[in-house]
Design a protein around this ligand. Structure first.
Ligand code: SAM
Length: 306
């Protein structure tokens, strides 16, 4: 269960979710026709060691019971992560084309876009996350011999507390247009903390700024209760319970409406529709797909008019 002042590193609690999605990206990149390729994802998993590394280095037969390899949940989750990577890569490409040079990765986790994408000269990327997560990322990629392709600045914060003062102290300039991202973050915040985050993004954004955000509607109450119930534990329920206890499964404001009320414009694309448009339609939910509900998830872009 969560609390307002809980803490983590890269292998515990909310921190481990960064490794989990990175592992999914790494596996997705090895598919025959990948929707997105993040070559750094497996570098992080190898550095984390144990089961994370085994996913990439062991004989696939040895890891066939890993949730990320299961034909229902695992393959679908890989597609989900690759699709969202692709959506937000395009989002940043469009922002760069529009002349935005100030990037803010909220809950950067193991997002390696600073190292992976082609950024125009003069781009500054502020990465916000908990200190141990940022340190893990930097130390792993430095040891691997990688360097960022834009100016990368770390801002070690808790996004439930004052993060905008450290961001400003780090050189963020609110009078310049910026491109923000909240990918894989909102469900780990209470609805009130999400509203505070949105309000700060709004006040720190000059005209021409934009925000890319992944959103998830609450899992239906009966399903969520089942996922978190301390019952006899199969591999599937254990996996779902671990994750389900980390999220705030509560109704919350939707970004398009929240920002429209403050003069922004934008659009949400359902993950199901997006997967279909990419030729990878989501499978119908089954007992094993568990919490993975593409129909509850949206990929959203909002822009503050210039
Ligand atoms: C599922 S990962 C997503 C990471 C990255 N955005 C991606 O999509 O690969 C969730 C990340 O949110 C970060 N996070 C969650 N709540 C946070 C908070 N209150 N303050 C700072 N970081 C937070 C975690 O540390 C973790 O890196």
């Amino acid at each position: 269960m969560r609390s307002a002042r809980d803490r983590w590193d890269i292998t515990t609690s909310v921190g481990a979710t960064a490794l989990f999605v990175a592992a999914a990206r790494g596996l997705a990149a090895r598919q025959e026709h990948p929707l997105a390729v993040d070559p750094f994802a497996e570098v992080f998993c190898r550095a984390a060691g144990g089961d994370w590394a085994q996913l990439f280095d062991a004989d696939p037969e040895q890891t066939r019971d890993h949730p990320l390899r299961s034909t229902d949940f695992g393959l679908q989750f890989q597609d989900f992560q690759a699709a969202r990577t692709r959506y937000f890569d395009h989002y940043f490409h469009a922002a760069a084309q529009a002349g935005v040079r100030q990037i803010v990765l909220l809950a950067a986790g193991l997002d390696a876009r600073a190292y992976r994408l082609d950024w125009p000269a003069g781009t500054v990327i502020h990465e916000l996350d908990r200190k141990p997560v940022l340190e893990f990322k930097r130390s792993v990629l430095t040891a691997h011999g990688d360097t960022p392709r834009a100016e990368r600045r770390e801002v070690a914060v808790d996004l439930r507390e004052d993060w905008w003062t450290p961001l400003r102290a780090n050189g963020f300039e609110p009078s310049d247009a910026s491109a923000w991202i909240a990918e894989g973050l909102l469900i780990y915040l209470t609805p009130d903390a999400q509203d505070d985050l949105f309000a700060r993004i709004d006040t720190q954004s000059a005209a021409g700024s934009r925000l890319g955000v992944e959103e998830m509607k609450p899992i239906p109450a009966a399903d969520y209760a089942e996922m978190t119930a301390p019952t006899d534990v199969t591999a599937t329920t254990e996996r779902n319970a671990d994750w389900a206890t980390l999220i705030y499964n509560e109704p919350r404001n939707e970004a398009v409406q929240w920002f429209a009320d403050r003069g922004w414009t934008g659009q949400a694309t359902s993950l199901s529709e997006y997967l279909t448009s990419l030729g990878r339609p989501a499978r119908p939910a089954s007992s094993d797909t568990g919490h993975l509900r593409p129909e509850l998830i949206s990929l959203t872009t909002v822009v503050k008019p210039g």
